[in-house]
Design a protein around this ligand. Structure first.
Ligand SMILES: [Zn+2]
Length: 116
């Protein structure tokens, strides 16, 4: 791969596509462990204050906050997708200055060749 200081916009686009290819599925949101009471009377877990733990995914859809229950056996898969989402977000942040620099470099190169 070319050095970062000499890459073209299409080099950056190619780099971005190949780096992000392994980051799917990618999700954004937060997974938290929630404790809640159940509806049973005289439940030992509720009486002791221990209560019942369950995972909830908090996300946003069309500007509204949503909470979705996540069964325990799906937690590793959901967590992996959330990790991918964060990695993808970091990648997009990294890509922005590189792409803009590459665009400026391409424009400067075109201007120089116009002067010839
Ligand atoms: Zn209970």
């Amino acid at each position: 791969m070319k050095h970062v200081d000499s890459e073209s916009p299409s080099d950056v686009a190619h780099w971005l596509r190949s780096e992000s290819a392994i980051l799917w599925p990618a999700l954004l949101g937060s997974l938290s462990l929630r404790r809640s009471r159940c509806i049973r009377e005289n439940c030992a877990a509720c009486r002791s204050g221990e209560q019942h733990q369950s995972y909830v995914l908090y996300g946003r859809a069309n500007g509204r906050r949503v909470a979705v229950y996540v069964p325990e056996e799906l937690v590793p898969e959901v967590q992996r997708s959330l990790d991918n989402g964060r990695a993808l977000q970091d990648l997009l942040h990294q890509a922005a200055p590189r792409y803009v620099k590459a665009l400026k470099r391409a424009r400067a190169g075109a201007a120089e060749s116009d002067e010839d």
